[in-house]
Design a binder for this molecule. Structure first.
Ligand SMILES: NC(=O)c1ccc[n+]([C@@H]2O[C@H](COP(=O)([O-])OP(=O)(O)OC[C@H]3O[C@@H](n4cnc5c(N)ncnc54)[C@H](OP(=O)(O)O)[C@@H]3O)[C@@H](O)[C@H]2O)c1
Length: 250
């Protein structure tokens, strides 16, 4: 079996490539680092030729204004067209739990366009919706920066380790297309304000977190459950506390 990983140099991509290779899969690593560009189309067709599956774990370099929309629209169109020409039997993409509820944000509107293009292409596919990665929690906290403190809502999240996401995505890629969207999350639920306090305490950062339910996430006001999955397919094994301890020790 041969699989092309688009976004192979990224947070999920590097882990995914390792997992697939360990499972004996022939992997083509693709991204600008490897001379392959899904937006301009540079070396895209040779990277996909002969692949049984294509996994899209790319991300836009910039999220503001229309840049994420331009990225995901062009990249997904090119990837789908090249996959169709190559007769790829399974197209997979990683997206975010709650995307349809977050489309007020430029970034999530772009992810929605990516997903809709995949569904409209009528090719066998699997879309995996993941909750926020543990590795991304510091970025979520920074969104709430307000001078010397942070303003974050108490809305719930169930974050998951990038290692768990990559493991589940590799398993899905080796299986049959689901022609559906599956959801995965971590094994514990936290308020955004609560996880920010845990993260800052572990980093011996004394800055205060102020609970503010009107504070926005990517410009969107959240309900308690906006960021929670509706129907979880799989739960990641790693606990946030253990991951924090491990990353502090590294
Ligand atoms: N962060 C979260 O908590 C979270 C949660 C759920 C889902 N997701 C989704 O997970 C996906 C992957 O996220 P990540 O954090 O692993 O991303 P990342 O670490 O930022 O990696 C992005 C990847 O995209 C590649 N890329 C950028 N421009 C490209 C282009 N023009 N052509 C081909 N490849 C290109 C990069 O390649 P180079 O390094 O070579 O430029 C890199 O390999 C995203 O789509 C995101 O929406 C994220």
């Amino acid at each position: 079996m041969k699989i092309t990983v688009m976004g192979a140099s990224g947070r999920i991509g590097t882990r995914l490539v390792d997992n697939l290779r360990q499972a004996g899969i022939e992997v083509i690593s693709a991204s600008p680092t490897f001379g392959v560009n899904s937006v301009t189309g540079e070396c895209l067709r040779p990277a996909i030729a002969g692949a049984d599956a294509v996994i899209d774990v790319t991300n836009a370099a910039s999220f503001g204004d229309d840049s994420a929309l331009d990225f995901f629209r062009a990249s997904t169109r090119n990837l789908l067209a090249a996959s169709a020409d190559a007769g790829v039997r399974h197209y997979l993409a990683l997206s975010v739990v709650g995307t349809p509820r977050l489309v007020e944000s430029d970034y999530f509107r772009a992810k929605m366009v990516q997903e809709n293009l995949i569904r409209a292409a009528r090719r066998p596919y699997t879309i995996l919706h993941s909750t926020q990665f543990f590795e991304f929690i510091s970025g979520v906290i920074d969104m709430g920066a307000d001078g010397d403190s942070f303003r974050l809502p108490s809305a719930y999240i169930k974050p998951i380790a990038a290692d768990d996401v990559a493991e589940i995505l590799a398993e899905l890629a080796m299986g049959a297309p689901r022609n559906d969207t599956l959801e995965i999350n971590g094994n514990a639920q936290f308020g955004l304000d609560e996880i920010a306090r845990m993260h800052l305490a572990a980093n011996e950062d004394s800055r205060q977190v102020i609970t503010d339910d009107s504070a926005r996430y990517y410009g969107v006001e959240l309900n308690d459950d906006t960021l929670l999955p509706l129907k979880t397919a799989r739960v990641g094994a790693l606990r946030y506390e253990d991951w924090l301890n491990r990353s502090m020790a590294d």
